[in-house]
Design a protein around this ligand. Sequence first.
Ligand code: SAM
Length: 224
Amino acid sequence: MLEESSSKDLNFNLNWKRKFSKETIQGGFNFNTNWHAVVQKNLDPIFDKFSIKKILEIGSFEGQSTCYFSEKLTQGQIHCLDTWKGDDDLREKNIDFKIIEKNFDKNIKLANEINPNVNFFKYKSESYKQLSKFIAEGKENFFDLIYIDGAHDSQNVLFDAVSSFKLVKEGGVVIFDDYLWESKDKNIINSPKFAIDSFVNIFSNKIYIIRHFLYQLYIIKKSN
Ligand SMILES: C[S@@+](CC[C@H](N)C(=O)[O-])C[C@H]1O[C@@H](n2cnc3c(N)ncnc32)[C@H](O)[C@@H]1O
């Protein structure tokens, strides 16, 4: 369904503009980018080692990561959260988010036909609002895996990280995408790493870090 690629392709994450040309269709799915293919082989062992049924994805875009998760689950739920409006970095690239959201809907429909044992939930919202709602609804310790790939500025990433810590179950996994991604202005406030490092330090007695693929950071929640 999705292309395999090696870690030597990492640079394309910083240089993806060239890749975002015209709509490409992979195995019936509509994807404009190849972002997620880079990280898939690093995610595979997580699904081999952990029992994962309930996934929350912050930042779904066209659903490439969502479709990968759907392929990995025998059964379960994938909760997809996105504004479908981009952030400053994506907005600069003149992406038509109406098309992106339409592609997401189509891709998820197809993923669901391929794996009907997975239920998809779509939330069109800024992450801080929906994550707060989840907490208010009692979804603390609910998810087996949370994939954080929404806003890339440290203020939003910090909120996503702390909320995800509450929402993931003990023994569950939180994955930060783009740990080493840098904003164009190189200001650490505008990239995820500063927030992720702060979160990891402050919660160091309650989490393990999995030494793995460093472009992403994988943590396990040890205790509440
Ligand atoms: C890099 S893309 C996600 C890619 C996707 N995970 C994949 O691998 O196919 C980031 C997404 O986060 C969304 N986003 C940005 N800021 C957000 C926020 N504050 N709340 C929710 N979604 C946000 C954008 O609209 C965009 O679709």
